[in-house]
Design a protein around this ligand. Structure first.
Ligand code: MN
Length: 514
């Protein structure tokens, strides 16, 4: 990987003056890193060149690529931000500054013996650094990816720390940006270092299953392709194999019974239009028997990270269970590249709007968490005290959607309880919650909600906030409202720190691999 190769790949994507700037940035960085070596003994420039190459492959805008080349110069040499701003402009300097801050935070975390990236202090620093410009996260992911790929040159101790941080912070971040492929790469490499034996065991399970089902799967693929063609749908069908780490997580959930993992191998159907997606679903269901609870419409209701597809699991006449994922080419591109796709060179408008307002107006899908992140960052910067929960909640938890009986959609963290929903609708609905109906059936206070649930809160004027409810809420919002209401009733002293520590324990076991 050298300068010539990078410029060659960048050539078709950027304008002539931008390419000149890129060449200038490479020379500038090479000078700054002249006396440095990677742990592998190679010249340091290998690293920024690789990072920039990845950003070119992701189709990022030129400022991101320049920042990718320059990302370690301020941290590792005597280059100042002013120099970078003078040579490459305010935006590039702004992004490099964010990247330097993330690196510093991450290093101070790693020097600490009781390493924990999710402590409040570390999280706030990290979020402030990344929250100002979302491109900082995307470049940081490219940086982390190359560091993971060259992790074999570091000490075992460092390998473990970087791998853990990757699984706990960068994997979830890639997921939140909808960057599915990067998330998989980061997680699988990190997992292989963190738990080498488990990695090997799960990979063997995966490989043997793939080997066994290969021929049958080919037959299903041909059969479905022909059925689509008959209905004049020009669809492309490909196999998609689950990542080692995501299979590992499922196995943990299902007591190691691989027969319960239905999406081990999926067939991906890529068609032209949204209408064809639904038509294909119908065709596949007339061909194979669908499993009733496993039809998911992420087109009408995208995942919180913007992911869109129709999912269905079917049973073939040979009693093979296969998951189909149906999507358009556009949805597919977003599922693979996520937010990076909206900085694509041919979508200059997005980049320009973003530069001017730092606002991602035309966000593909439903990326509410970015707005939430920006709100948290604004509060942190204004010195407002923020609870650990508030910091932790949105970035590191999976999200679900639930509906009100009227059809309004609410976005909650996975594991949320009915009272969380009630408080989200309105604090008075929470205050007077008497009971819940979920999908028409009575639902207990302590049973988590599931994606797609229709939740009805039954209120009674006489019911009032109870101290016992503190164990029946999980979101920072509900906790906050509950505390205030208990305070009004003079019941706040009973509020101990107990529930917070037990909650932390829970979130730790969720980050399975350790
Ligand atoms: Mn770096």
């Amino acid at each position: 990987m050298g300068k010539a190769e990078l410029l060659e790949s960048a050539k078709p994507l950027y304008e002539e003056n931008q390419l000149l700037e890129l060449e200038q940035a490479v020379d500038f960085a090479a000078k700054a890193h002249a006396n440095q070596k990677r742990k592998s003994g190679e010249s340091y420039m290998i690293h920024p060149l690789n990072v920039a190459m990845t950003l070119v492959k992701w189709g990022m805008d030129i400022d991101s690529v320049l920042a990718g080349i320059l990302h370690d110069t301020v941290e590792d040499s005597n280059i100042s931000l002013e120099q970078i701003e003078n040579l490459f402009g305010y935006d590039v300097a702004f992004i490099v500054d964010g990247l330097t801050k993330v690196t510093k935070t991450s290093e101070s975390m790693q020097q600490n013996d009781t390493y924990n990236p999710q402590t409040k202090d570390n999280l706030s620093k990290l979020l402030i650094a990344v929250g100002q410009d979302i491109r900082v996260v995307i470049i940081k992911l490219a940086d982390r990816l190359h560091n993971l790929m060259t992790l074999n040159h570091l000490s075992r101790d460092k390998q473990i720390r970087i791998a853990r941080e990757s699984l706990e912070v960068y994997g979830p971040m890639a997921d939140r940006l909808g960057m599915g492929r990067v998330r998989m790469q980061i997680e699988d490499i990190a997992f292989s270092y963190l738990e080498p034996r488990e990695f090997k065991r799960v990979k063997e399970i995966l490989d043997s299953r793939i080997g066994r089902s290969h021929r049958k799967l080919d037959q299903i693929k041909t059969e479905s392709e022909q059925a689509l063609k008959k209905s004049h749908i020009d669809g492309e069908i490909n196999g998609r194999v689950k990542s080692v780490y995501s299979l590992y997580k499922k196995l943990v959930k299902f007591d190691n019974d691989v027969d319960n993992v239905y999406d081990l191998i999926a067939l991906r159907v890529i068609v032209k239009t949204k209408e064809e997606c639904y038509a294909s679903l119908g065709i596949l269901h007339s061909l194979y028997k669908p499993m009733i609870n496993r039809i998911k419409d992420y087109i009408a209701t995208p995942k919180p990270n913007g992911y869109q597809s129709l999912h269905t699991t079917v049973i073939t006449p040979h009693e093979q269970i296969v998951e189909f994922q149906i999507r358009t080419q556009e949805m597919h591109e977003y599922a693979e590249r996520g937010l990076a796709a909206s900085f694509h060179y041919n979508e200059r408008k997005t980049s320009r709007d973003y530069r001017e307002k730092r606002e991602l107006a035309p966000l593909p899908g439903n990326l509410q968490w970015i707005t939430e992140l920006q709100e948290v960052v604004a509060k942190l910067k204004s010195g407002e005290d923020i609870s650990h929960d508030q910091l932790n909640i949105d970035l590191f938890k999976d999200r679900i959607f639930v509906h009100s009986p009227k059809g309004d959609i609410f976005n909650l963290p996975e594991g949320a309880l009915p009272l969380d929903f009630a408080y989200m609708v309105h604090s008075d609905i929470g205050r007077h919650a008497y009971g819940f109906k979920v999908n028409g059936k009575i639902h207990p206070f302590d049973k988590p909600l599931q994606n797609g649930d229709v939740v009805e809160v039954i209120t009674k004027k006489l019911v009032m906030t109870k101290p016992a409810w503190r164990n029946l809420v999980t979101t920072s919002h509900a906790r906050h409202k509950l505390r205030a209401q208990l305070g009004q009733l003079g019941l706040n002293k009973i509020f101990s720190t107990e529930d917070r520590s037990s909650k932390n324990k829970k979130s730790h076991t969720k980050n399975a691999a350790r």
